[in-house]
Design a protein around this ligand. Structure first.
Ligand SMILES: C[S@@+](CC[C@H](N)C(=O)[O-])C[C@H]1O[C@@H](n2cnc3c(N)ncnc32)[C@H](O)[C@@H]1O
Length: 280
């Protein structure tokens, strides 16, 4: 509960900064360098994508990848974005699935939902709906979604098993899980793990890549794949970790190259053949 309250407060403040004309910034890094050169969140979208949506949706972007660029999205499909923030990936998905499809955004933070709904209004897109709720309890029926996307959110959850089970539940048989997230290779030092601010800032709650694969498999997914999209060095994190009071040089070897943004794919297996001729 405590983690959720801290996450809500941080992202509520980030949404308000955008509303008042500032940059959103990712959690704790806002207190360090104003987020201007955040190696995780900057330069994720190309001009073709940003030109399609309101500027405020771009400014509010707090992801660590670009799931709609890597996910297969077809006209007429239903997409759900877990932790949709200011709505950037929902609006881009809505364009891709077109008027016969639908893009849902799910977020628990009121200020983010208000910002996302305002961005939807400015975009003029009608096939979009932002839902209030938690990714651990998705407010949609079983087997109702073709593609689940998410951008740097699952690492923030204190109950990742539950999130993946919920994702599996709402996906249709054959549905795709196509998520950007921060993952860790190997062991993370305790100093990093124990820092709440790092957690909120998208790092310390990250799963090991092997854990991610095994949790997805345990939830029922197959065709699981983790593709690194950015691998971070200690220099990317030096200012951030120093400001947390961490002796960066002493942990450098344990951190360097271990944190990465990745695109995680998995599939909910298709419906079983239930009667003669049903699979023909
Ligand atoms: C790092 S931001 C990413 C926002 C968006 N995906 C993007 O790329 O800009 C995390 C977002 O997830 C939301 N969030 C975090 N944990 C959540 C949870 N357990 N349930 C619902 N929303 C959550 C926060 O409110 C915030 O808007």
């Amino acid at each position: 509960m405590e983690i959720k309250e801290i996450v809500k407060e941080k992202y509520g403040q980030a949404a308000l900064r955008v509303t008042t004309g500032g940059s959103s910034c990712c959690g704790a890094s806002a207190t360090v360098d104003g987020c201007g050169v955040d190696p995780i969140t900057s330069h994720l979208y190309d001009a073709n994508q940003t030109g399609q949506i309101p500027e405020e949706a771009v400014v509010a972007s707090l992801g660590c990848g670009n799931p709609t660029a890597l996910a297969q999205l077809n006209p007429g499909e239903v997409v759900l974005d877990l932790g949709s923030g200011g709505g950037i990936d929902v609006l881009l998905s809505a364009k891709r699935v077109g008027p016969t499809g639908k893009a849902y955004g799910l977020d628990m933070t009121d200020e983010m939902l208000a910002l996302a709904r305002e961005n939807q209004r400015k975009s003029g897109l009608l096939n979009v709906e932002f839902l209030k709720g938690e990714i651990e309890n998705i407010p949609l029926p079983d087997n109702s979604v073709d593609v689940i996307i998410s951008n740097c959110v699952i690492n923030l959850s204190g109950d990742k098993d539950r999130v993946l089970q919920e994702a599996f539940r709402v996906l249709k048989p054959g549905g795709r899980f196509a998520v950007s997230d921060v993952v860790v290779r190997g062991t993370v030092p305790d100093e990093v793990k124990l820092s709440m601010l790092l957690w909120v800032g998208c790092i310390a709650g990250a799963l090991q890549d092997e854990q991610y694969v095994s949790k997805l498999a345990k939830s029922g997914f197959d065709q699981i794949d983790i593709e690194p999209t950015r691998v971070y060095t200690i220099e990317d994190a030096r200012t951030f970790l120093s400001a947390e009071g961490i002796d960066v040089d002493s942990i450098a070897a344990q951190v360097d190259g271990r944190f990465m943004s990745a695109f995680i794919r998995a599939t909910k297996p298709g419906a079983a053949c239930c009667a003669p001729g049903c699979c023909s």
